[in-house]
Ligand binder design. Structure first.
Ligand code: KIV
Ligand code: NA
Length: 264
């Protein structure tokens, strides 16, 4: 079995093959997703919401992510594993280096940071120290209190241009993957076309190089609320493995996300 690597993900972008990703927080689900050939698994700080029932992601710690990364890593043979840097864990470059080191030691192959051009020095420093980095722009949930809620970003042209500029700056600083969350489909397409690295969307329409969903949303078991852009595959299939397969098939075919699960 061939392991999914960052260069494998890049090849998929160039071949026009969609990348499939889910969040995972434990070894058993990670193994199930891995068995069904998911490309990438994210230990997301969404765990604060879907595992702990909190209203946002701000209380999650590096130790929390490291603990769940160890568990996920034990379940995975093939998929690419990336881990979220939680709120304030990359407030300065030095903190980012130490905290990224903990997540890499726990089994991550890449770390994800939320934010735009202000992060470029931190990203350059991480990459120089051999930590691969994924960016995350658009609706960045750690900024929920700045945004005043979980709101679609980039609807106005000035804000859209800012997101494009951020994407280009992050790529130049050295990110090898970008998550784009809750932006209009047309903006996500523009960014995906402009970047030479893979762009993984969530609530960003069908034109990104891949899709990611929070596993609890995709199975319809989230304790809180179900976002419009997600889809309950368990309800449709009645079976866990079939649900995962159906998600993967629909991303590959372009059936997911439909316009109902996107923003314009
Ligand atoms: O924490 C998370 O689950 C995420 C994904 C939604 C991209 O950051
Ligand atoms: Na996250």
């Amino acid at each position: 079995m061939k392991k999914v690597t960052v260069s494998g993900l890049l090849k998929k972008k160039h071949a026009g093959e969609k990348i499939t990703a889910l969040t995972a927080y434990d070894a058993s689900f990670a193994k199930l997703f891995d068995d069904e050939q998911i490309d990438a698994l994210l230990i997301g700080d969404s765990l604060g919401m879907v595992l702990l029932g909190q209203d946002d992601t701000l209380n999650v710690t590096v130790d929390d992510i490291a603990y769940h990364t160890q568990a996920v890593r034990r379940g995975v043979q093939r998929a690419f594993v990336l881990a979220d840097m939680p709120f304030m864990s990359y407030a300065t470059p030095e903190r980012a280096y130490d905290n990224a080191a903990s997540l890499m030691a726990a089994g991550a192959s890449m770390v994800k940071l939320e934010g735009g051009a202000w992060l470029c020095d931190t990203i350059r420093g991480l990459v120089q120290r051999s930590v691969p980095v994924c960016g995350h722009i658009g609706l960045t949930p750690q900024s929920v209190h700045v945004f005043g809620g979980f709101k679609v970003q980039g609807r106005q042209s000035e804000q859209a241009q800012q997101i494009i500029d951020d994407a280009l700056a992050l790529e130049k600083a050295g990110i090898q993957l970008l998550v784009l969350e809750c932006v209009p489909t047309s903006l996500a397409k523009t960014i995906t076309d402009k970047l030479s690295i893979p762009v993984i969307g969530i609530g960003a329409g069908k034109h990104t190089d891949g899709q990611i969903l929070v596993m609890h949303d995709m199975l319809g078991v989230s304790a809180n609320y179900m976002p419009k852009f997600s889809k309950n595959y368990l309800a449709e299939t009645g079976d866990l493995r079939k649900a995962v397969n159906s998600y993967i098939d629909e991303v590959h075919s372009g059936a997911f996300p439909s316009d109902d699960h996107s923003f314009e």
